[in-house]
Design a protein around this ligand. Sequence first.
Ligand code: DQA
Length: 159
Amino acid sequence: MPARAALVLHGPNLNLLGTREPGVYGRATLAEVDRLVREHGRRLGVRVVCRQSNVEGQLIDWIQGAERERFLGIVFNPGAFTHYSIALRDAVAGIRLPVVEVHLSNVHAREEFRRHSVIAGVARGQIAGFGPRSYVLGLDALLAVASDGTDPGRSARRR
Ligand code: DQA
């Protein structure tokens, strides 16, 4: 693996992108989203590894293993787990790597239950509402925080 590599994690149901509620999530497939973010990474000299799972435990294993795999951080769309998975929150809180939470849709403009993220409080930040570009912006944010090494939100975050 080259010196700089970022991990992109997609949670449940994101494998259905392209056909899943296109009015909300658009027509791009997961493979197209992955290609977009991988190409963006290539332009910036960063290898991007994309993984998707519908299984909470698999996502936890990938988060826990990210340091060992020498990723510089994670761009993470936890899907519906965003709103209730304390186990995923604990996994994000338990690693030292920066994690940027991303969503295709603007979760704050949707149903009430989507407005709360249990992940956001332990992530470096959240990007939502820009469709597949949320991942590109998420990668930019990840690279910015990974290279400057500062963490202004750290003391404010409840770990
Ligand atoms: C989502 C938003 C979640 O509320 C939803 O459960 C998803 C996708 C998004 O990318 O907009 O599965 O994370």
